[in-house]
Design a binder for this molecule. Sequence first.
Ligand SMILES: *Cc1c(COP(=O)(O)O)cnc(C)c1O
Length: 430
Amino acid sequence: MTPSDLDFDARHIWHPYTSMTQPLPVYPVASASGCELQLENGATLVDGMSSWWAAIHGYNHPQLNAAMKQQIDRMSHVMFGGITHQPAIDLCRRLVAMTPAPLECVFLADSGSVAVEVAMKMALQYWHARGETRQRFLTLRHGYHGDTFGAMSVCCPDNSMHSLWKGYLAENLFAPAPQVGFNDDWDERDIVPFARLFAAHRHDIAAVILEPIVQGAGGMRIYHPEWLRRIRRMCDREGILLIADEIATGFGRTGKLFACEHAGISADILCLGKALTGGAMTLSAALTTRQVAETISDGAAGCFMHGPTFMGNPLACAAANASLSLLESGAWQSQVQGIENQLEQALRPLTGMAEVADVRVLGAIGVVETRRRVNMAALQQFFVERGVWIRPFGRLIYLMPPYLITSSQLEKLTDALAAALQRPELFLDA
Ligand SMILES: *Cc1c(COP(=O)(O)O)cnc(C)c1O
């Protein structure tokens, strides 16, 4: 890669949430394997991000690679309208088997945001088919569900700047985010505002949509399972659908295969993505119950009104099947438990530091919330110089490494994080 390549990148290529006039630096990666990224300049970084929750088995995994290479030689893609294929059937059979019993009808889509669009559309079509106009979604502040318009309409209004889209974006209902943490004592008062909003709009709400247990990109908040049990009960009482967005939490990240298991509940619609393919390909799924699927199908449209061009992409399905096989071997459970123990030991003692507002750990997720906002470019460089890949944002420095990370690699990540907290110049003044 030449300096002119990087100039071209800065001048012509958008990166996630960046400016075209003041782009943040980008680091050229040449390859990745196991739990490490290799930079073009020869440096090796321990990966603390799993490429945003996705690469749970690390990079360049031989089983994922072999499955994809085999599939390429058969067909990389074929349309899904009027056609089916073994990789999709195998994958959907697995998804039906591994998710809670009532979820048995699978819609394959191409990214997390699209799975959320699909889930919301399912809820709207469900009520339409029942002859009721219900077009509002109730959700939690600090949530994140993706960047397309439907998904954005249920993202935290502050974080995703709803003011920019006023008049265009659907107006949904936002309850205050849970305050009672995962390990705190349950406090009945925490859910009162949600219960009031729910009761006041119970005839307009099509579905409650939330990220179970861990609110990811909207604040890395980890909340009490009783929240989910209460919401499940409220929804059951009114026949309102519950959409669980497990795009970030699914496939073992929180210590359970799915975060809903912490509360022993199941959703009416479940969104999966990110780690579905072990981070190798883009693929997502929205699963629902037979009752919801059949109600939609018997409605005025006579079908579910969605069908992406790359629906059920065989190559992505092959990667997902290989990733799920690795999960089925069960090693993830002790790996995630080991990561949780080590994160507790390494991050919990940082609680008293001047820059630290809170420390949160669950499964293979470790979060340090800082008092001041991070200087992203400076902190990123600090981490790269220490041989780790950690991507902070706002007031959050967090780790969610691949499950196969070794304890010495994880120590490198937590040491770098702790060192950064001793550098006031890496934070912005309030
Ligand atoms: C990342 C994410 C999405 C969006 O997925 P994309 O693949 O980026 O479209 C939706 N919901 C949650 C909880 C996520 O973490």
